[in-house]
Design a protein around this ligand. Sequence first.
Ligand code: GAP
Length: 449
Amino acid sequence: MASEQVTERRPLSRMEDLVSLCARRGYIFPSSEIYGGINGFWDYGPLGTELKNNLKAFWWQRVVRERADVEGIDTAIIAHPRTWEASGHVEHFSDPMVDCRKCKRRFRADHTDVPCPEAPAKRQVAECELTDPRSFNLMLTTRVGASEDAASVAYLRAETCQPIFNDFKRIRESARQKIPFGIAQIGKAFRNEINPRNFTFRSREFEQAEMEFFCHPSEREHWFEHWRQQRLHFHECLGFGTDVLRTRAHDADELAHYCKNAVDVEYAFPFGWQEIEGIHDRGDWDLSRHSSFSGKDLSVTDETTKERYTPMVIETSVGVDRTTLALLANSYSEEVLANGESRVVLGLPAHVAPVKAAVLPLSKKLAEPSHALENSLRRQFNVFYDDAGNIGRRYRRQDEAGTPFCITYDFESPDDGRVTVRERDSMAQERIPIDAVVGYLRERIEAPI
Ligand code: GAP
């Protein structure tokens, strides 16, 4: 239809537009909103949860299921506190912070190039009356058990990989894996960030999907490059083009204390190029430290050469929330149509889109056969049923929710056994037999290889 042609397309330029869509559609919104929110914590509504779950399932599929040399695990959030002494977090995991003597607010010493919250139009934080930088440990603590003494203090994990190192020996032996092999997990991590900002980008509670690959010291460069390529391809499969995706190698003075080599995967957010994933050569730092702190030998023996060595670790560590945010930012656009109307559309890749298809009866009188179609699809896909409002308005709602296909059941459908399928991005419509709908969707929502 000529009226549905796009005459102008504007990608996301202001984060506020995405934040507002996410709240409006129930993707992501502040945690404890009725109490005014809590800084650095976010809740995912029905669409956001489906999107994040699809992303995690895609990662799990690519990193764990498709590989015989990676095992997936799920560890406790709270580990023995010695874990975090061994990892170096108790000693080193801190950011420099400064306090403003006037307003008493606290800032990261390297993030003072932002407007002063007291007088945003007048000055930057850097121009305020600041104290000298002090070290601020980013780990969140809690207490375990009834006693209140120092021995009861425990840490909420600051990264999901440390329990993987704790479990290395158990997993290698129980899964009968030989070096080289990897252990992966997805889960929550917690950091008491001084200035959470940019929506979910820097949160205090977030999810990581991490994979630690254990290899012989002579193979570390090979596996680093292997995983760099694998991970870059993963992000390409999420629809990120070369204009918004790049890798950036760390300079020597940027490397974390445990790191021999690191490459960031960066996405071009409206607030600049930012890291969404890190690929790190952690050397034998973790296994050696946990060996010495626990007293358990975590080295291995090469069965052929009988060489005894501590494996090197190549890590891939992606932020699930940051990648979800990149997916939302990348897919958001505002379009002007030839008939002068406009629409907001989330062009999410179909394989991660929260709802794959919406079933839209043209009239409430067609409810019975439309529900029958909905229920038959529900067994295989996440679908949505909407019979409220005119069909144009219903299409727009699905465009904004990122639903790739709308299936309209009309007055001819009972007679000719066909429905109209409308594709979100092109808005092209075609009429197909009802019994071909499952195959039609299946073909179009498969993840790229
Ligand atoms: N185990 C290595 C590690 O944790 P990292 O670079 O500190 O490395 C890895 O974190 C990923 O975790 C980052 O690329 C980012 O996507 C995510 N991440 C880190 N801090 C975050 C925060 N405060 N909020 C949201 N995501 C965060």
